[in-house]
Design a protein around this ligand. Sequence first.
Ligand code: GLA
Ligand code: ZN
Length: 671
Amino acid sequence: MKPDLKGLHMLHGGDYNPDQWLDMPEILEQDIEYMKKAGVNCVSVGIFAWAALEPEEGVYNLGWLVDIVGKLYENGIYSILATPSAARPAWMAQKYPEVLRVSADLTRNLMGARHNHCYTSPVYRQKIYEINLRLSKELGGHPGVILWHLSNEYGGECFCPLCQEEFRVWVREKYKTLEALNKAWWATFWSHNYTDWSQVEAPVPKGETGVHGLNLDWKRFVTDRTISFMRHEIAAVRAGGSDLPVTANLMTFYNGLNYFKFKDELDIVSWDAYPQWHGTGGDVEAAVAAACYHDIMRSIKNMPFLLMESTPSMTNWQPVSKLKKPGMHELSSLQAVAHGSDSVQYFQWRKSRGSSEKFHGAAVSHDCRSDTRVFRDVARVGKRLKGLGGLCGSLPEAKAAIFFDWENRWALGDSAGPRNCGIRYEETVIAHYRAFWEMGIPVDFIDMECQLDNYDLVIAPMLYMYRAGIEEKLKTFVERGGVLVGTYLQGLVDQSDLCFLGETPHGLSDVYGLRYEEIDSLYDGEENSLDWNGKTYAVTELCERVHLTSAEPLAVYGSDFYAGEPVLSVNSFGRGEAYYIAARTQQCFLCDFYRMLAEKMSLERALDAQLPAGVTASRRVSDKTVAVLQNFNNAPVTVLLYSPVEDYETGEPFYDEVRLQPYEVRFLIAK
Ligand code: GLA
Ligand code: ZN
């Protein structure tokens, strides 16, 4: 299922800000000439253009944008039309200070930067409604417009009195009685009982920060408020008569919003990817994290997504802004496609002359030339995307799923112990994912509200909070023959962040065949160990002591007072099995463990081949299964094939091996 983007295949283009160049028509002309040269078929316009669209209150000037969208269309270039809410004009901030955000120190921001608006302010909502309505009326029906780009990277929070009042309403609707509220927030602790709804305040450093239930509900509220604002934006474009699909560009591992809640609001998920290529961690580490997030984004709607931003060369905000080495632009762009993107879009088409992003990478630089290395890289991606249109709409059909649950993430981040110097939820999820990346086995991500029916293997790293009836879902999943892998910090708190009483993992101790007793925390550099399958592996940071009831021990701790106690176990339950990893292990253990499991379960790999280090394969399945073989080494590699394939783009056959150049990516189909 995929919204029809006017039949377009594989979008290629990026953020385009003609409003910065309206007094230089020769630049606008050159843009179109160069876009055609680079195989650009789609640009995002109007993202930060509110001041140009409404230069004075109530004075609208959409003509320039209508002209540009028209010219682009005449030249075969479609537009993704943005709503301009991410940056407000100065006149508005000056006349209506309530549109500006209040920070956690409870002072109101001055006019400045972007993403600096209150999501509740009736004035801001009214102003954005009016401009969106006009944009929709003028351009929503234009044949050159294919998609709405809602705002830009929704994010942040506002602590103004209006937002705080909305929070009180939200809390009251949720809990109905103060008694229920006090129970859920465990308010008797430190005598924080609420005796009137008006006492409820957002968590801020100079006020309350220690009530975990409050912190969690505030985060939920911020997501809901943002969605409420987004719905308001959508309502305006619908009122203007446009029924085009909507997207919002999401951010890498952004903690502030539960993106799974956007699933039913957005027609298409899109995101902005800026991996730190050639950084100190190495390209493989960056590739695994990027792949993981591509898969998370695809999983939100279980639909292809759009890569809405990426840099054609460097960013200007990373600590060290490195150029992409030859080959990396093509590889990183097609990596997104490999994981389910139906586009490669850039920030930005052309570098601005001034302000904070003037040195951020772009297809066209200040020299205004198209015979540059970066431009050629961009044009090559354009050319390849043309041949890959057949992949649009296809998915990897993963049989394994890993939990990445925002609410669990929030609760873990706020757990206060056992390891405040690094609980590392995201890194742990990535570490489990990496084992599959190395094998080239497709993976989906799920949160606790998702269904598990499509999977054979479900992995629950540090699933500390159990909510949304996950106990029942996991129990049924294993009973019916599914394989579950859980780790330490499993099922300890409920949806209000209250610790479960009795046996944990809550409701699943019979499924795991064990009972948790306590967890030890290790200093950096401190180690325990486990022996498994003839090898010794280090164990670090977090070590649980568990008692096996029906599970079989597979490995025990090597040292400390709990030496000899189980650290890895498996339990048969119904027709399935549940593994439990009681301690934090190193990457090599996870890779070996999941390799064993993948073989035992016959999990299908994207490509029937032996993948060398730094090389992965992912796949997109439609009438054909296309495997995408990616070499993240800055060196050539040889991949040994177990069955013959041919190149999807060139038809070249390969029987025993495929050679890949440094950073090369190939699309392959079975021969
Ligand atoms: C974000 C924003 C863009 C731009 C880029 C720079 O993703 O959405 O407007 O600032 O970062 O990398
Ligand atoms: Zn506010």
